[in-house]
Write a protein that binds this ligand. Structure first.
Ligand SMILES: Cc1cc2nc3c(=O)[nH]c(=O)nc-3n(C[C@H](O)[C@H](O)[C@H](O)COP(=O)(O)OP(=O)(O)OC[C@H]3O[C@@H](n4cnc5c(N)ncnc54)[C@H](O)[C@@H]3O)c2cc1C
Length: 358
């Protein structure tokens, strides 16, 4: 088996590192940022470390084309993995609960959804909601199903600890160029690097989708999402494990503003309390802090492929063997829910490289 460097300690890098380790590879994670307790994290310094700021829940995206179908398979793989992880490690930061969705203007794929189709798609405990279950007259369609939520930093810290206890190594280091990874002395002669850097290295197709949310102390028994007719969203993600509940949220492509807006916070909180009154049944919302995160979005979708690099393209190598980079970045707003499907694909891309050199 091979020495492999994984760049990145977000949910994608940690999942990929664990999957490769499980296959017998010797894996080193190199990252600028590592999981940090939410309560102590520097919001500005870590703003580009998206896993720190994600919700994070699984919301099913119904597939309408081959790319979405592939992502749906990834989310099913992740769902099963979350179930298995929770069974074995109750402390991992995962909770299964009811997911509720409301649409003011449902797209055809939702309008046409039946219980049978939902079952075929793998959605468990799926139920179409009736008009009497809707929060107000603007909602035109609703459903519920069983899904999972994670407390992101409890979960990512768990993945890192798990990786470490199984013999994985981790180095805190910022790389300025991908080729730098092939020259790191701690892993001499490494032939394979997995790029889970979130935003890639100067990829012109990548842009941030800004998300402002607010953490409240109130617990919530369900993860609820509402899509409004004007394109805005209202949602909550219970974090559990003493993590409160995230109330969101905005989705603003190409907006680099690092500062939360108090007006946005007020709008998000009142919109969510109106959509899901049980969250204020025991008292008003208790805000603990605003969050601004940058979803690493990529025109053309996730980059998930292997690139071969001739040895003479990497100055400073001590041999003439070509190197490979497996890219796994640009997860946008779906990194947690696709994580184990992506990790499986990374494993396949690595396996093809290893077997082609035997
Ligand atoms: C408000 C908000 C809500 C969200 N909610 C959800 C949700 O409910 N469900 C869901 O699935 N997703 C959600 N997301 C999206 C999810 O958080 C991201 O898709 C995911 O975190 C991306 O993970 P990643 O590992 O690719 O990148 P990141 O978490 O950004 O990690 C990148 C890693 O690469 C390292 N790195 C980068 N560049 C370098 C370099 N040059 N040298 C060394 N290291 C480097 C970083 O230090 C870090 O360790 C949400 C995002 C936001 C902002």
């Amino acid at each position: 088996m091979s020495d492999i460097i994984v760049i990145g300690a977000g949910v994608i890098g940690l999942s990929a590192a664990l999957r490769l380790q499980q296959a017998g590879h010797s894996v080193t994670i190199i990252a600028k940022d590592f999981p940090t307790p939410f309560e102590a994290a520097d919001k500005r310094a870590l703003i580009n470390y998206t896993s720190q700021w994600g919700g994070a829940h699984n919301r099913w995206v119904l597939p309408t084309n081959p790319a979405e179908q592939r992502e749906h398979e990834f989310s099913l793989t992740t769902y099963r993995h979350m179930e298995a992880t929770l069974r074995e490690f109750p402390e991992a930061g995962i909770t299964f609960m009811k997911g509720i969705e409301y649409f003011e203007n449902p797209p055809p794929v939702h309008r046409d959804l039946t219980v049978e189709k939902a079952l075929q798609l793998g959605l468990e405990e799926f139920k179409l909601l009736e008009k009497k279950d809707f929060p107000d007259d603007k909602v035109a369609w609703g459903c519920e199903y069983k899904t999972w939520c994670v407390n992101p930093m409890v979960y990512c810290s768990f993945l890192l600890r798990h990786f470490h206890i199984l013999g994985g190594k981790a180095m805190a280091m910022e790389l300025r160029n991908l080729n730098e990874a092939f020259l790191v002395k701690a892993v001499p002669g490494v032939k394979l690097v997995v790029n889970c850097s979130g935003q890639g290295f100067n990829d012109p197709a990548v842009f941030p989708t800004r998300g402002q949310t607010c953490l409240v102390a109130n617990p919530c028994p369900a993860t609820v999402t509402r899509q409004n007719a004007d394109g805005s969203w209202s949602f909550c993600v219970p974090r559990n494990f003493h993590g409160g509940t995230i109330i969101g949220g905005t989705k603003e492509p190409d907006n680099w503003d690092p500062e939360p807006s108090p007006e946005t916070r007020a709008r998000l909180l009142s919109a969510f309390a109106a959509t899901y009154p049980p969250i204020v049944a025991d008292g008003p919302l208790q805000p603990l802090g605003d969050i601004v995160g940058r979803r690493p979005t990529r025109r053309g979708g996730i980059r998930l492929e292997r690139e071969e690099i001739a040895a003479d393209e990497i100055k400073g190598l001590q041999d003439n063997e070509a190197r490979s980079i497996v890219h796994a970045y640009g997860l946008g707003g779906r990194g947690f829910e696709l994580s184990w499907g992506v990790a499986e694909e990374v494993f396949e891309l690595v396996k093809q490289r290893v077997s082609s050199r035997l």
